[in-house]
Every structure is written in structure tokens, then in C-alpha cells.
Design a protein around this ligand. Structure first.
Ligand code: COI
Length: 356
């Protein structure tokens, strides 16, 4: 990437202007960090009110070794994407949903959070400042990562006295190395992701560190990721480390109900609404692991994974395969409907996109 940045100061913002294009290899984007030009930072003290944020050059942030997030994991994150339309404009997908989820997660984690308006405005500013990193149409998207962290110093266990709201972005392609091909999951029989009364239903950073070990073991055996069961009965589906799960049987689409231990995915919610609008029956309920045996299709949803077909699930040493390692008809239809909306390839009949 050429470093053609030059300093620029206006009445309201002070940041760098850069060239309009990058020399990135757009054909081979995966899901790894590509550093972009700018990040957004806003801070908040004990009054709970976030300062007017700033768009700053992307780079390291200073934190006390005693920061709440480093010592006691007081942190949340979000994930959303921006797509480039064929006319060059940029679309955000339901950013206010991420803002609302951050607000509710912050309440659980005893943190103040930016208002919906401030969150969405910050996302817009960050994306526009990094406009040249939004991949060309059809080549991927700009992944937007908002963070809310307890940046103030603590020693005894208590909420931090200061919080930072940070947004950085990275161009991304497919999440799984399989690309759009079906992934292979293994049902986790030792570890659990969440328990009733815990924080499984909020996007707190600790939920993700705690699944790394199971994920590492599964990857070592050649699986793409781990499917978790509930911690009480060890028999109901919960979610995959990085996404929600859906099971299709006789054209009825089922997904585990949100009950505190499952992340309320925005892609999950959007797929449910799209499927219903297409006439599918969708059930949010307890989904027993045994239902995987006779399912017609299984797929995962998430901002990063979008809609990922599942080619096989292995449970207690038994492997069940779906769709002849191809993409199931329902999964394919829902993938197409959702991504056409997200990329602006069709009229936004759900009113979900925000054009920049
Ligand atoms: C997302 O899908 O945006 C997530 O936050 C999951 C993460 C593990 C990449």
C-alpha cells in the first residue's frame, strides 16, 4: 500500500488525506487484519458521557497496565460490514442494531456506552475516512470492529473509572478457509461456551478467549470450528465459536432460541426475517443435538461468516453429512437474498441498508 498520506486540518476534524486507491490484492482477501489509515476514539469518564470522538491515524493505543479491560476483561466488541455498490457508493448494514446490542451488553458489564446516534455517526466517520479500503463490488467488504473497553486504571475488582470507544476497520473476504464451500463442524463434548446467568448472550471479549482451546483442538483434527451444547443438559444446540446455527428439515428452519447463553446475532435475526418474508416457517426453540441426524441442511450465520453452509457435523464419533458437500437449496436461497440486500444488488425491501 503506497504511503501517500498528507496532513489535513479542517474546522471540525484533523486527519490525514490519502490517495484514493490501494494496491491491495483484492482477489485474495481472507479474514485477517489489514491495517487501514484511520481509527476512531472517544472517551468517557465517571459521568458516563462520551466525548466528541476523533478520527485519528490508525496505530497503537496507550493503556495503563492496570486498565480494567486488561485485568478483569471489562470489554465488549461489535462487528458489522460496509459494502461497495456498483455505483461506487458504500452501504452499511443495520448499524443501529449493533449500537443497541452494545448498549445492552454494556449494561450487563457495568459500562457506559455511546448512544445509538453517536455509535452510528462514529461508524460512518470511520468508514468514510477509510473509504479507499472498501473492496470493489464483489471482492469482499470492509469489516468494522467497534470496541468498548474499560481503559481506566483499577486494582481492586470494580468497574473502571474511564472507558474508551474505539473503531477500526479492515478489508475482508471469506471468514473460513473453505471460502463459500461447506464447513465441517464437531460437537464439543468437553467444554462449554456459556452457562445460565453468565455472559454468553453479550458480546464480551472473554467469551471469545474462552473458546480458543476447543477451537484449537478441533482445527488440529481438521474441523473448521466447534458446535457447543448447552451446559445444563448437554443436549441442546447453542452456537458455534464465531456464529449462530440453523437446522433445516422439510423446509422448516429451526434455530436455538435466545435465552441468555446464545449471542443474539444480527445476521441470525436478519436471516429469520428474510426467511419468514419468503414464506418459510421459522422456529426459535430448543434444538436437540439428535435433530442433526435427520436434518436436510445445516448452516451458520454471523457478520463475519455471513451464511456458511455446513457440510458435516461430527458428534460422539459419528459424522453426518449434508447436501453432498454442496450448498443446500434453502441455505443458498437465504444467502443470496441476504447478500443481495447487503451489497445493494436489489431494491432494499427490508429498509436495512444505510447509504454513505
Ligand atoms: C462477527 O461475526 O462479526 C464476530 O464478531 C465474530 C468474530 C469471532 C469474528
Amino acid at each position: 500500500v503506497p504511503s501517500t498520506a498528507k496532513c489535513h486540518t479542517s474546522m471540525t476534524t484533523s486527519y490525514m488525506e490519502t490517495s484514493d486507491v490501494t494496491d491491495l490484492d483484492w482477489e485474495n482477501l481472507g479474514f485477517g487484519l489489514i491495517e487501514t489509515d484511520f481509527m476512531y476514539v472517544a472517551k468517557c469518564g465517571t459521568d458516563g458521557i462520551f466525548s466528541k470522538g476523533e478520527v485519528l491515524p490508525f496505530g497503537p493505543i496507550a493503556l495503563s497496565p492496570s486498565a480494567g479491560v486488561l485485568n478483569y476483561g471489562q470489554g465488549l466488541f461489535e462487528g458489522l460490514k460496509a459494502y461497495r455498490k456498483t455505483d461506487g457508493s458504500i452501504l452499511l448494514f443495520r448499524p443501529e442494531e449493533n449500537a443497541i446490542r452494545m448498549l445492552s451488553g454494556a449494561e450487563r458489564m457495568c459500562m457506559p456506552a455511546p448512544t445509538v446516534e453517536q455509535f452510528v455517526d462514529a461508524v460512518k466517520q470511520t468508514v468514510l475516512a477509510n473509504k479507499r479500503w472498501v473492496p470493489p463490488t464483489g471482492k469482499g467488504s470492509l469489516y468494522i470492529r467497534p470496541l468498548l473497553i474499560g481503559s481506566g486504571a483499577v486494582l481492586g475488582l470494580a468497574p473502571a473509572p474511564e472507558y474508551s470507544f474505539i473503531i477500526f476497520v479492515s478489508p475482508v473476504g471469506n471468514y473460513f478457509k473453505e471460502g463459500l464451500s461447506p464447513i465441517n463442524l464437531i460437537v464439543e463434548d468437553k467444554f462449554h461456551r456459556a452457562s445460565p446467568g453468565g455472559t454468553g448472550g453479550v458480546k464480551t471479549i472473554g467469551n471469545y478467549a474462552s473458546v480458543l482451546k476447543a477451537q484449537k483442538i478441533a482445527k488440529g483434527k481438521g474441523y473448521s470450528d466447534v458446535l457447543y451444547l448447552d451446559a445444563v443438559h448437554d443436549k441442546y444446540l447453542e452456537e458455534v465459536s464465531s456464529c449462530n446455527i440453523f437446522v433445516v428439515k422439510d423446509n422448516v428452519i429451526s434455530t436455538p432460541a435466545i435465552k441468555g447463553t446464545i449471542l443474539p446475532g444480527i445476521t441470525r435475526k436478519s436471516i429469520i426475517e428474510v426467511a419468514q418474508s419468503k414464506g418459510f416457517k421459522v422456529e426459535e426453540r430448543l434444538v436437540c443435538v439428535d435433530e442433526l441426524i435427520n436434518a436436510d441442511e445445516v448452516f451458520c450465520t454471523g457478520t463475519a461468516v455471513v451464511v456458511s453452509p455446513v457440510g458435516s457435523v461430527t458428534y460422539m464419533g459419528k459424522r453426518v453429512e449434508y447436501g453432498n458437500q454442496g450448498v443446500g437449496v434453502v441455505s443458498q436461497q437465504l444467502y443470496k437474498s441476504l447478500t443481495s440486500l447487503q451489497m445493494g444488488n436489489v431494491e432494499d425491501w427490508m429498509g436495512w441498508t444505510m447509504q454513505l
